[in-house]
Design a protein around this ligand. Structure first.
Ligand code: CAA
Length: 259
Protein backbone atom coordinates (compact mmCIF):
# COMPACT_ATOMS: atom_id res chain seq x y z
CA UNK A 1 0.00 0.00 0.00
CA UNK A 2 1.18 3.53 -0.77
CA UNK A 3 1.94 5.09 2.65
CA UNK A 4 1.07 8.55 1.26
CA UNK A 5 -2.40 7.47 0.25
CA UNK A 6 -5.39 8.51 2.28
CA UNK A 7 -8.08 6.63 0.37
CA UNK A 8 -8.31 4.42 3.42
CA UNK A 9 -7.13 4.87 7.00
CA UNK A 10 -5.73 1.85 8.81
CA UNK A 11 -5.02 1.32 12.49
CA UNK A 12 -5.14 -1.34 15.19
CA UNK A 13 -6.61 -1.12 18.67
CA UNK A 14 -5.57 -4.13 20.73
CA UNK A 15 -6.56 -7.20 18.73
CA UNK A 16 -8.93 -5.26 16.46
CA UNK A 17 -7.88 -3.92 13.05
CA UNK A 18 -9.85 -0.90 11.86
CA UNK A 19 -10.02 0.16 8.20
CA UNK A 20 -11.90 3.38 7.44
CA UNK A 21 -12.91 4.34 3.90
CA UNK A 22 -11.79 7.90 3.34
CA UNK A 23 -13.18 9.57 0.21
CA UNK A 24 -15.73 11.80 1.95
CA UNK A 25 -16.23 14.21 -0.99
CA UNK A 26 -17.64 11.40 -3.13
CA UNK A 27 -19.41 9.51 -0.33
CA UNK A 28 -16.65 6.88 -0.26
CA UNK A 29 -17.23 5.84 -3.87
CA UNK A 30 -15.20 2.69 -4.34
CA UNK A 31 -12.63 3.60 -6.97
CA UNK A 32 -10.33 0.94 -8.41
CA UNK A 33 -7.41 2.38 -6.38
CA UNK A 34 -9.42 2.43 -3.16
CA UNK A 35 -10.49 -1.19 -3.63
CA UNK A 36 -6.89 -2.25 -4.30
CA UNK A 37 -5.73 -0.59 -1.09
CA UNK A 38 -8.66 -1.93 0.91
CA UNK A 39 -8.10 -5.51 -0.23
CA UNK A 40 -4.37 -5.27 0.53
CA UNK A 41 -5.10 -3.86 4.01
CA UNK A 42 -7.57 -6.66 4.75
CA UNK A 43 -5.08 -9.28 3.59
CA UNK A 44 -2.33 -7.73 5.70
CA UNK A 45 -4.53 -7.84 8.78
CA UNK A 46 -5.46 -11.42 7.94
CA UNK A 47 -1.79 -12.43 7.96
CA UNK A 48 -1.22 -10.76 11.34
CA UNK A 49 -1.93 -13.14 14.25
CA UNK A 50 -2.30 -10.18 16.59
CA UNK A 51 -5.37 -9.01 14.65
CA UNK A 52 -8.30 -11.23 15.56
CA UNK A 53 -11.23 -9.19 14.19
CA UNK A 54 -11.42 -6.48 11.52
CA UNK A 55 -13.86 -3.56 11.51
CA UNK A 56 -14.53 -1.88 8.16
CA UNK A 57 -16.13 1.53 8.54
CA UNK A 58 -17.22 4.47 6.42
CA UNK A 59 -18.28 7.87 7.69
CA UNK A 60 -21.49 8.86 9.42
CA UNK A 61 -22.88 10.22 6.10
CA UNK A 62 -21.88 7.26 3.94
CA UNK A 63 -20.47 3.80 4.32
CA UNK A 64 -20.04 3.86 0.52
CA UNK A 65 -22.30 5.10 -2.29
CA UNK A 66 -21.16 2.39 -4.68
CA UNK A 67 -18.49 1.72 -7.23
CA UNK A 68 -17.02 4.94 -8.63
CA UNK A 69 -19.31 5.74 -11.55
CA UNK A 70 -16.54 7.88 -13.08
CA UNK A 71 -14.38 4.76 -13.50
CA UNK A 72 -17.09 3.05 -15.56
CA UNK A 73 -19.09 5.67 -17.40
CA UNK A 74 -17.16 5.56 -20.67
CA UNK A 75 -15.96 1.96 -20.43
CA UNK A 76 -16.56 -0.50 -23.24
CA UNK A 77 -17.35 -4.13 -22.57
CA UNK A 78 -13.76 -4.92 -23.58
CA UNK A 79 -12.43 -2.38 -21.02
CA UNK A 80 -14.55 -3.97 -18.31
CA UNK A 81 -13.53 -7.48 -19.36
CA UNK A 82 -9.81 -6.63 -19.50
CA UNK A 83 -9.80 -4.77 -16.18
CA UNK A 84 -11.86 -7.50 -14.50
CA UNK A 85 -11.87 -5.37 -11.36
CA UNK A 86 -14.71 -7.16 -9.71
CA UNK A 87 -12.85 -10.49 -9.74
CA UNK A 88 -10.52 -8.93 -7.16
CA UNK A 89 -13.40 -8.80 -4.70
CA UNK A 90 -13.09 -12.60 -4.40
CA UNK A 91 -9.96 -11.95 -2.33
CA UNK A 92 -12.12 -10.44 0.42
CA UNK A 93 -13.98 -13.73 0.57
CA UNK A 94 -10.67 -15.50 1.26
CA UNK A 95 -9.99 -13.42 4.41
CA UNK A 96 -10.32 -15.78 7.37
CA UNK A 97 -10.46 -13.11 10.07
CA UNK A 98 -14.06 -12.03 10.80
CA UNK A 99 -14.92 -8.64 9.31
CA UNK A 100 -17.58 -6.39 10.84
CA UNK A 101 -18.98 -3.62 8.63
CA UNK A 102 -19.84 -0.46 10.60
CA UNK A 103 -22.47 1.17 8.38
CA UNK A 104 -24.03 4.61 8.61
CA UNK A 105 -25.76 6.69 5.94
CA UNK A 106 -25.61 5.59 2.30
CA UNK A 107 -24.75 1.94 1.76
CA UNK A 108 -25.50 1.61 -1.93
CA UNK A 109 -24.52 -0.44 -4.93
CA UNK A 110 -20.98 -1.72 -4.51
CA UNK A 111 -21.09 -0.24 -0.98
CA UNK A 112 -23.96 -2.53 -0.05
CA UNK A 113 -22.18 -5.42 -1.76
CA UNK A 114 -19.03 -4.63 0.22
CA UNK A 115 -20.99 -4.59 3.49
CA UNK A 116 -22.58 -7.92 2.54
CA UNK A 117 -19.15 -9.41 1.83
CA UNK A 118 -18.36 -8.73 5.48
CA UNK A 119 -19.47 -11.20 8.15
CA UNK A 120 -21.57 -8.93 10.34
CA UNK A 121 -23.16 -5.53 9.78
CA UNK A 122 -23.60 -3.07 12.64
CA UNK A 123 -25.83 -0.30 11.29
CA UNK A 124 -26.65 3.16 12.49
CA UNK A 125 -30.34 4.06 12.53
CA UNK A 126 -29.61 6.43 9.62
CA UNK A 127 -28.24 3.71 7.34
CA UNK A 128 -29.87 3.25 3.96
CA UNK A 129 -29.23 0.06 2.02
CA UNK A 130 -29.83 -0.13 -1.70
CA UNK A 131 -28.81 -1.54 -5.05
CA UNK A 132 -29.66 1.39 -7.32
CA UNK A 133 -27.56 0.18 -10.28
CA UNK A 134 -30.76 -0.27 -12.31
CA UNK A 135 -30.99 3.53 -12.55
CA UNK A 136 -27.63 3.52 -14.35
CA UNK A 137 -28.68 0.91 -16.86
CA UNK A 138 -26.81 -1.93 -15.16
CA UNK A 139 -27.32 -4.46 -12.35
CA UNK A 140 -25.16 -5.16 -9.26
CA UNK A 141 -21.85 -6.71 -10.32
CA UNK A 142 -20.03 -7.48 -7.06
CA UNK A 143 -22.29 -10.20 -5.71
CA UNK A 144 -25.41 -8.14 -4.95
CA UNK A 145 -27.93 -10.26 -6.83
CA UNK A 146 -26.66 -13.35 -5.01
CA UNK A 147 -25.84 -12.16 -1.48
CA UNK A 148 -28.86 -9.88 -1.12
CA UNK A 149 -31.18 -12.66 -2.26
CA UNK A 150 -29.63 -15.09 0.21
CA UNK A 151 -29.90 -12.50 3.00
CA UNK A 152 -33.43 -11.19 2.52
CA UNK A 153 -35.12 -13.61 0.10
CA UNK A 154 -36.18 -13.42 -3.52
CA UNK A 155 -39.22 -11.19 -3.22
CA UNK A 156 -37.67 -8.28 -1.37
CA UNK A 157 -34.38 -8.58 -3.27
CA UNK A 158 -36.29 -8.28 -6.56
CA UNK A 159 -37.84 -4.99 -5.46
CA UNK A 160 -34.48 -3.54 -4.41
CA UNK A 161 -32.65 -4.69 -7.53
CA UNK A 162 -35.34 -4.10 -10.18
CA UNK A 163 -36.97 -0.95 -8.73
CA UNK A 164 -33.87 0.39 -6.96
CA UNK A 165 -35.77 0.91 -3.71
CA UNK A 166 -33.71 1.75 -0.61
CA UNK A 167 -34.21 -0.05 2.71
CA UNK A 168 -33.97 1.72 6.05
CA UNK A 169 -31.83 0.29 8.84
CA UNK A 170 -34.84 -1.02 10.75
CA UNK A 171 -36.29 -2.66 7.61
CA UNK A 172 -32.88 -4.18 6.90
CA UNK A 173 -32.75 -5.52 10.46
CA UNK A 174 -36.24 -7.02 10.16
CA UNK A 175 -35.27 -8.58 6.82
CA UNK A 176 -32.14 -10.21 8.29
CA UNK A 177 -29.60 -8.08 6.42
CA UNK A 178 -27.97 -6.51 9.47
CA UNK A 179 -26.75 -7.83 12.80
CA UNK A 180 -27.95 -4.91 14.91
CA UNK A 181 -29.05 -1.28 14.69
CA UNK A 182 -27.83 1.41 17.08
CA UNK A 183 -27.85 5.21 17.14
CA UNK A 184 -25.72 7.12 14.65
CA UNK A 185 -23.53 8.31 17.51
CA UNK A 186 -22.86 4.72 18.55
CA UNK A 187 -22.49 2.67 15.35
CA UNK A 188 -18.69 2.67 15.26
CA UNK A 189 -18.29 2.25 19.03
CA UNK A 190 -20.73 -0.68 18.95
CA UNK A 191 -18.91 -2.32 16.03
CA UNK A 192 -15.62 -1.95 17.95
CA UNK A 193 -17.23 -3.33 21.13
CA UNK A 194 -18.53 -6.38 19.26
CA UNK A 195 -15.10 -6.80 17.65
CA UNK A 196 -13.38 -6.74 21.06
CA UNK A 197 -15.87 -9.27 22.38
CA UNK A 198 -15.16 -11.68 19.50
CA UNK A 199 -11.42 -10.97 19.80
CA UNK A 200 -11.55 -12.22 23.41
CA UNK A 201 -12.74 -15.65 22.21
CA UNK A 202 -10.36 -18.44 21.08
CA UNK A 203 -9.07 -17.16 17.72
CA UNK A 204 -8.78 -20.46 15.86
CA UNK A 205 -12.31 -21.52 16.84
CA UNK A 206 -13.55 -18.08 15.78
CA UNK A 207 -11.99 -18.40 12.30
CA UNK A 208 -13.24 -21.94 11.90
CA UNK A 209 -16.70 -20.88 13.07
CA UNK A 210 -16.71 -18.18 10.38
CA UNK A 211 -15.66 -20.69 7.74
CA UNK A 212 -18.38 -23.12 8.80
CA UNK A 213 -21.14 -20.46 8.73
CA UNK A 214 -20.04 -19.35 5.25
CA UNK A 215 -20.23 -22.97 4.06
CA UNK A 216 -23.96 -22.85 4.83
CA UNK A 217 -24.31 -20.49 1.88
CA UNK A 218 -22.52 -22.79 -0.54
CA UNK A 219 -23.18 -26.41 0.47
CA UNK A 220 -26.22 -28.65 0.82
CA UNK A 221 -27.39 -29.26 4.40
CA UNK A 222 -25.87 -32.76 4.47
CA UNK A 223 -22.51 -31.55 3.11
CA UNK A 224 -22.54 -28.57 5.46
CA UNK A 225 -23.19 -30.72 8.50
CA UNK A 226 -20.40 -33.09 7.48
CA UNK A 227 -18.03 -30.14 7.10
CA UNK A 228 -19.07 -28.82 10.51
CA UNK A 229 -18.49 -32.19 12.17
CA UNK A 230 -14.97 -32.49 10.73
CA UNK A 231 -13.89 -29.03 11.79
CA UNK A 232 -15.57 -29.49 15.19
CA UNK A 233 -13.44 -32.61 15.78
CA UNK A 234 -10.31 -30.79 14.54
CA UNK A 235 -10.66 -28.15 17.28
CA UNK A 236 -9.81 -30.86 19.83
CA UNK A 237 -6.23 -30.54 18.53
CA UNK A 238 -6.01 -26.98 19.92
CA UNK A 239 -4.62 -25.92 23.30
CA UNK A 240 -7.49 -23.44 23.49
CA UNK A 241 -10.02 -26.31 23.62
CA UNK A 242 -8.15 -27.88 26.57
CA UNK A 243 -7.87 -24.48 28.24
CA UNK A 244 -11.54 -23.58 27.65
CA UNK A 245 -12.81 -26.85 29.12
CA UNK A 246 -10.32 -26.85 32.05
CA UNK A 247 -11.26 -23.27 32.90
CA UNK A 248 -14.94 -24.22 32.87
CA UNK A 249 -14.31 -27.15 35.26
CA UNK A 250 -12.13 -24.99 37.51
CA UNK A 251 -14.66 -22.12 37.46
CA UNK A 252 -12.11 -19.59 36.24
CA UNK A 253 -11.82 -17.34 33.19
CA UNK A 254 -10.13 -19.06 30.24
CA UNK A 255 -6.92 -17.61 28.85
CA UNK A 256 -6.91 -18.30 25.15
CA UNK A 257 -3.64 -18.23 23.23
CA UNK A 258 -4.70 -18.96 19.67
CA UNK A 259 -2.86 -22.28 19.74
N1 CAA B 1 -19.47 7.30 -7.84
C1 CAA B 1 -18.86 8.48 -8.02
N2 CAA B 1 -19.22 9.62 -7.37
C2 CAA B 1 -20.25 9.53 -6.51
C3 CAA B 1 -20.95 8.33 -6.28
C4 CAA B 1 -20.51 7.16 -6.98
N3 CAA B 1 -21.09 5.96 -6.82
N4 CAA B 1 -21.94 8.58 -5.40
C5 CAA B 1 -21.85 9.88 -5.07
N5 CAA B 1 -20.85 10.46 -5.74
C6 CAA B 1 -20.43 11.87 -5.69
C7 CAA B 1 -21.41 12.78 -6.40
O1 CAA B 1 -21.15 12.80 -7.80
C8 CAA B 1 -21.11 14.10 -5.72
O2 CAA B 1 -19.93 14.65 -6.28
P1 CAA B 1 -19.85 16.23 -6.69
O3 CAA B 1 -20.02 16.93 -5.35
O4 CAA B 1 -18.51 16.37 -7.29
O5 CAA B 1 -21.01 16.47 -7.61
C9 CAA B 1 -20.79 13.71 -4.29
O6 CAA B 1 -20.48 12.32 -4.32
C10 CAA B 1 -21.95 13.90 -3.34
O7 CAA B 1 -23.10 13.23 -3.90
P2 CAA B 1 -24.51 13.97 -4.17
O8 CAA B 1 -24.32 15.43 -4.42
O9 CAA B 1 -25.20 13.18 -5.25
O10 CAA B 1 -25.22 13.75 -2.75
P3 CAA B 1 -26.77 13.58 -2.43
O11 CAA B 1 -26.87 13.58 -0.95
O12 CAA B 1 -27.58 14.53 -3.24
O13 CAA B 1 -27.14 12.10 -3.00
C11 CAA B 1 -26.80 9.73 -3.29
C12 CAA B 1 -26.53 10.97 -2.43
C13 CAA B 1 -28.29 9.39 -3.33
C14 CAA B 1 -26.01 8.58 -2.69
C15 CAA B 1 -26.31 10.00 -4.74
O14 CAA B 1 -24.97 10.51 -4.70
C16 CAA B 1 -26.29 8.80 -5.63
O15 CAA B 1 -27.32 8.39 -6.13
N6 CAA B 1 -25.09 8.18 -5.84
C17 CAA B 1 -24.92 7.05 -6.72
C18 CAA B 1 -25.41 5.76 -6.08
C19 CAA B 1 -25.28 4.61 -7.06
O16 CAA B 1 -25.87 4.62 -8.12
N7 CAA B 1 -24.48 3.58 -6.70
C20 CAA B 1 -24.22 2.45 -7.55
C21 CAA B 1 -22.94 2.65 -8.32
S1 CAA B 1 -22.64 1.37 -9.53
C22 CAA B 1 -22.06 0.05 -8.67
O17 CAA B 1 -21.86 0.08 -7.47
C23 CAA B 1 -21.77 -1.19 -9.51
C24 CAA B 1 -21.43 -2.43 -8.72
O18 CAA B 1 -22.29 -3.24 -8.41
C25 CAA B 1 -20.06 -2.73 -8.37
Amino acid sequence: MNPMSELILVKTEGHVGLVTLNRPKVLNALSIELMDELIEALERFDEDDEVRVIVLAGSERAFAAGADIGDMAEASVLDMYRRNNLARWNRIKQVRTPIIAAVSGFCLGGGCELAMTCDMIVASESAQFGQPEINLGIIPGAGGTQRLTKAIGKYRAMEMILAGRFMSASEAYDAGLVTKVVSKEQFLAEAMRLAREIASRPPIAVKIGKEAVLKAQELSLTEGIEFERRVFYSLFATEDQKEGMSAFAEKRKAEFKGK
